[in-house]
Design a protein around this ligand. Structure first.
Ligand code: AMP
Ligand code: GLY
Length: 418
């Protein structure tokens, strides 16, 4: 199949790695990609958020499937443009992507569909925000309404910090104040063709920068899959109470969700609650879910894109586990220092079960690999158990050199022995 993958992160590298692992002779092009992706497939430099440019490229190059990695092209309506021209595309249109692009839209859909989620109040003024903050009490949860690249959410016990976060984001639009939900977090990805859903294997993301869940919120510092501690029937319950009601509600509103429904969940002592939806594969969770996928990824994504999921069995996963640890630049997440060289990749890749998904990497004029952003790469390790996968991942990380590089040392620690 001729496949175009939009995006340039470790998630897109992991998607491409999974497509290549099918050994199906696909022609894969990535736009714009990164240094790691360019080592594996052809890359082209086009703006993935420009629907006109992407559609023209896809038509001229006989692309049979477009896979949209990040949220920005989805919210910009790139999938709509492609679909109008009859091109199969994995990713929702602009309207359904509001499930991720607007937290108030997501709450409205959840209310209409009866999906379990925490209490939330939308505030358009500081006075409204203060009222909601004080009525829910500590710990406080304050979120920017729109896309904020992981920076819009603050969970804190410091009332002053909650107020100033609300005040800052109110300059950019509304904020959402939510009740705090306590429990383990789960990222569950579901493929949707607009009407039917198929689950992938659950994963857990580590969102905070530092060990022991300390420090600022980030895009994600590591993940593991599967989740041995999940109660039996968890995935089926999410399908019945969260995914299908949401997909049906969006279909009923004439904005069918075609793509990846990312359910960000908390398992509370009162049951499953949705914290957020995303309209795309998660990063870094994709780096641990896809290496375990046995069913060919292209078949699943093409079926989702063309209304064909209803006839497919549930995707199959390997019994091996996967752990990923993100290597980030000094200064991430506030002000990452870029341009520094990264060495030791061949040695790291020689560790059994280890692969590397590139994110912010490029080759400089001398041909050296350099970091170009905050999250630089994900080291991914698979193994029969979590202790072995962790040992492999951290052995590989120790072989990488990036001055000032930072990574968490406790990814998947809580499941070793399982
Ligand atoms: P979000 O971008 O909405 O996923 O929020 C980022 C992170 O903040 C989540 O992964 C949770 O760890 C935390 N968080 C968000 N909303 C809540 C909530 N209502 N209660 C507890 N933690 C939350
Ligand atoms: N790992 C969180 C996200 O992709 O949004």
């Amino acid at each position: 199949m001729r496949i175009l993958v939009l995006g340039s992160g470790a998630r897109e590298h992991a998607i491409i790695t999974a497509l290549l692992a099918e050994k199906a002779d696909h022609d894969i092009i990535a736009a714009p990609g990164n240094a790691g992706i360019a080592g594996d497939v052809d890359v082209i430099h086009l703006d993935p958020t420009n629907g006109q440019v992407v559609t023209t490229f896809a038509l001229e190059n006989n692309i049979e499937l477009v896979i949209i990695g990040p949220e920005a092209p989805l919210v910009a309506g790139v999938a709509d443009r492609l679909r109008q021209r009859g091109i199969a595309v994995f990713g929702p249109g602009k309207a359904a992507a509001q499930l991720e692009g607007s937290k108030t839209f997501a709450k409205r859909i959840m209310d209409a569909a009866g999906v379990p989620t925490g209490l939330a109040a939308r505030a358009g003024t500081l006075a409204e925000a203060i009222e909601a903050i004080d009525s829910y009490g500590a710990p406080y949860v304050v979120k920017a309404d729109g896309l904020a690249a992981g920076k819009g959410v603050l969970v804190t016990s410091d009332r002053e910090a909650a107020l100033s976060h609300a005040e800052y984001w109110l300059q950019h639009g509304a904020v959402l104040v939510e009740e705090f939900l306590a429990g383990q977090e789960v990222s569950l990805f579901l493929l949707s063709d607009g009407h039917n859903v198929l689950p992938l294997s659950p994963a857990q993301d580590y969102k905070l920068l530092l060990d022991g869940d300390q420090g600022p919120n980030t895009g994600g510092m590591g993940a593991y899959s599967p989740l041995p501690w999940l109660p039996a029937g968890f995935v089926d319950e999410v399908i019945e109470t969260v995914a299908l009601p949401t997909v049906r509600q969006l279909a009923a509103e004439q904005t069918p969700f075609i793509g990846l429904l990312y359910c960000g969940l908390i398992v509370t002592d009162r049951g499953i609650r949705v914290i957020e939806f995303n309209a795309r594969f998660g990063d870094p969770e994709t780096q641990v879910v896809l290496p375990r996928l046995i069913t060919p990824l292209s078949e699943l994504l093409f079926a989702a894109s063309t209304g064909g999921l209803g006839v497919l069995p549930q995707p199959e996963f390997s019994a091996d586990v996967a752990v990923t640890v993100v290597l980030a630049s000094e200064g991430y997440p506030e002000t990452p220092l870029t341009g520094r060289t990264i060495t030791g990749l061949s040695a790291a890749l020689a560790v059994e079960g280890v692969s590397i998904a590139h994110a912010a990497t490029a080759l400089n004029d001398e041909g050296a690999l350099v970091a170009t952003g905050g999250r630089v790469l994900s080291v991914v390790a698979t193994a029969p158990d979590f202790a072995a996968a962790r040992e492999r991942a951290y052995r590989a990380l120790a072989l990488l050199e990036l001055v000032g590089g930072q990574y968490r040392g406790d990814i998947a620690e809580r499941v070793t022995g399982q």
